[in-house]
Design a protein around this ligand. Structure first.
Ligand code: MTE
Ligand code: MO
Length: 396
């Protein structure tokens, strides 16, 4: 900024400052909303509000590309001005690369349905890695510039015309990032010291139903060879805790014989084994899962579905999450009420003791802590369906 000379230089300087300020604001808002979206704690704490934050992140992300063409109009002048200043030229190239790659990977994640899981998996990896490189880089950039300005005593254009000062920007970004990353720990600490209860123990495995299910030969060792990838445990409510005394599985509504099983009865039902992939719309997948459980259609056949019923409504034992399938969709053999994953009981945070598995659909249909199925006539829009996801969740 130091060698801006004359009117032309001043005009260029002004434009660059405003482009820079807009870009910094977008990065800040995207970083904060992105950190919230990727944090398990905030996912749980915010529940459905998450859908709004995701929309905010997408819209900001789309808008964030505007400063790039605005800058490209000035780039040749700016480049000449930086003649001989290699670090600053490199900074421009890296920043542009970062912004464009963030944008492209973000668009692919947003259009998950059009591009399919393999592409979104790659896009999520790129988006995450860029974030862990890009945010520290931008922070470093901000900090070193403040230092330099103090040292040489020059008043930079950034300081005079920016929407906010660099210092205020840095303070905001550090403050907000600390709140988002350390807030959860603080809240847990306060809860522990205020109530005498340790929240972390509440979240520890709680569903120790007995007897434990014994794996079939196909599960032990798992015929899928063991899952490839890791689940990101998602919940929009507190993980429910079950004992033999309070757990039951119910089928009711438009059926000939409503049934309620207790755990001992449920674990004795005849199970089968399947190997399938698991895809979340946010860009992660777990491949080759060996699931063991009861085909949903078998359970429905036993209770006798009555003719007016068209829809299978699925309830989670968390009391909040629901979803639905049509009777047509339930005819697929691989729609499974699963009890075991890779030969072991399903862990609590992954929906145990019982979760639904629908391999050909995105995983938001895969209700965790499933404990009630109701046959109904009218369509039912589930938790994420009400928040903008398609009710029809086929992976294309
Ligand atoms: N009860 C309940 N079921 C749920 C969810 C949830 O928040 N609560 N999240 C859904 C979503 S969006 C996904 S991707 C998968 C995640 O499964 P996992 O937590 O076992 O990785 O569970 C689905 N089933
Ligand atoms: Mo998901």
């Amino acid at each position: 900024m130091s060698n801006i000379r004359g009117d032309g230089g001043r005009r260029l300087g002004k434009r660059l400052v405003s482009i820079h300020a807009w870009n910094a604001m977008f990065v800040l808002l995207l970083a904060l909303s992105g950190l919230v979206l990727s944090s398990t704690f905030w996912r749980e704490a915010l529940g459905g509000t998450l859908a709004w934050i995701k929309w905010f992140h997408i819209i900001m992300g789309l808008a964030s590309i505007v400063p790039v063409p605005a800058y490209l109009q000035q780039v040749s002048k700016h480049w000449k001005q930086l003649h001989g200043k290699f670090p600053q030229q490199l900074n421009i190239i890296l920043t542009l690369l970062l912004l464009v790659s963030w944008f492209i990977s973000g668009v692919l994640l947003w259009r998950f349905n059009a591009v399919g899981p393999a592409v979104t998996n790659a896009a999520l990896l790129v988006h995450d890695v860029l974030t862990w490189i890009g945010l520290p880089y931008i922070l470093y950039h901000s900090l070193t510039r403040v230092g330099r300005r103090k040292e040489d005593g020059r008043i930079s254009v950034i300081n005079t015309k920016a929407i906010y000062t660099r210092k205020a920007f840095i303070r905001t970004i550090i403050g907000a990032s600390l709140t988002i990353s350390l807030g959860p720990t603080l809240i847990k600490w306060l809860a522990k010291n205020g109530t005498g209860k340790d929240l972390s123990s509440i979240n520890k495995p709680v569903n120790n139903l007995l007897p434990a299910p014994q794996p079939l030969v196909d599960s032990n060792p798992p015929i899928g060879g063991g899952a490839d990838g890791s689940f990101r445990s998602y919940t929009v409510a507190k993980i429910p805790s079950f004992t033999n005394a309070n757990w039951s599985f119910k089928i009711d509504g438009l059926v000939d014989h409503p049934v309620t099983w207790n755990w001992e009865q449920f674990v004795a039902l005849k199970r089968s084994v399947q190997v399938s992939d698991f895809h979340c719309v946010t860009g992660w997948s777990v491949y080759g899962n060996t699931w063991e459980g009861i085909p949903l259609k078998t359970l429905l056949e036993e209770s006798g579905v009555q003719p007016p019923a068209k829809v299978v409504k699925l309830y989670s034992g968390d009391g909040v999450y629901t979803d639905s399938l049509t009777l047509e969709q339930v005819k697929l053999d691989e729609v499974m009420v699963a009890v075991m994953h890779d030969g072991k009981p399903i862990p609590d945070e992954l929906g145990g003791p019982v979760r639904l598995i629908i391999p050909k659909m995105y995983a938001y249909k895969s209700v965790k802590w499933l404990n009630r199925i109701e046959l109904i006539e009218e369509n039912h829009i589930g938790y994420w369906g009400q928040r903008g996801y398609e009710n029809d969740a086929w992976v294309k």
